[in-house]
Design a protein around this ligand. Structure first.
Ligand SMILES: [Zn+2]
Length: 189
């Protein structure tokens, strides 16, 4: 398995845990990147899965995710997929992350709660945005109306670029009371 790093500063860290210094700026306690090939075949697969609706790819991508998280204990954790804004959901007809996250929860024996996190604001595609612009773009884009006090949450997404989106989602979950929030993504884009 690839070496895991702190998702904010990029220094090596155990299992992708956020380092102490970065924890002050980030609500994510860690991010596991299952396959790290920037611009490589995994990213291409994710892209096909995401935009061409090739749901058969879900099985492959699921196993990539599963082998990355199965080395850790997730008992008592709850799996939450990164939500799409309803406008995007209608455009694509499905939330690709939901397929992966649902299956992952099943295999980990974890609870699955897709409704714990909502995207309350549509955001623009981040591809051409700088780090600061990305942070502004996703600021307050998520919310949770559930009391999450004491919950340990594993947030599933397909690709992480700067971590701004995962960070904003984690912030909403922590605002709702979540104790620990980890992310797991297929690839780093
Ligand atoms: Zn760090």
């Amino acid at each position: 398995m690839r070496e895991q790093v702190c998702c904010r500063c990029g220094r090596a860290s155990i299992n992708g845990r956020t380092c102490e210094k970065c924890k002050r700026y980030l609500d994510l306690d860690g991010v596991i990147v299952a396959a790290g090939y920037e611009g490589g075949p995994m990213r291409e697969l994710v892209h096909k899965f995401k935009y061409n609706g090739l749901t058969d790819l879900a099985t492959i991508l699921f196993w990539v995710l599963f082998q990355a998280v199965m080395t850790q204990e997730w008992q008592g954790w709850v799996v939450v997929p990164m939500p799409l804004h309803s406008s995007k959901f209608h455009e694509r007809g499905f939330n690709q992350t939901d397929l992966l996250a649902r299956k992952l929860a099943g295999y980990l024996g974890a609870e699955y709660r897709p409704n714990w996190l909502r995207r309350v604001r549509a955001t623009v595609t981040q591809t051409r945005l700088s780090q600061l612009e990305r942070q502004a773009n996703v600021y307050k884009a998520f919310s949770s109306s559930v009391d999450l006090r004491g919950e340990k949450i594993l947030l599933v997404d397909d690709v992480m670029t700067t971590g701004a989106t995962l960070g904003a989602a984690a912030q909403a979950l922590k605002d709702a009371g979540a104790k620990v929030v980890w992310g797991v993504v297929v690839a780093r884009g």
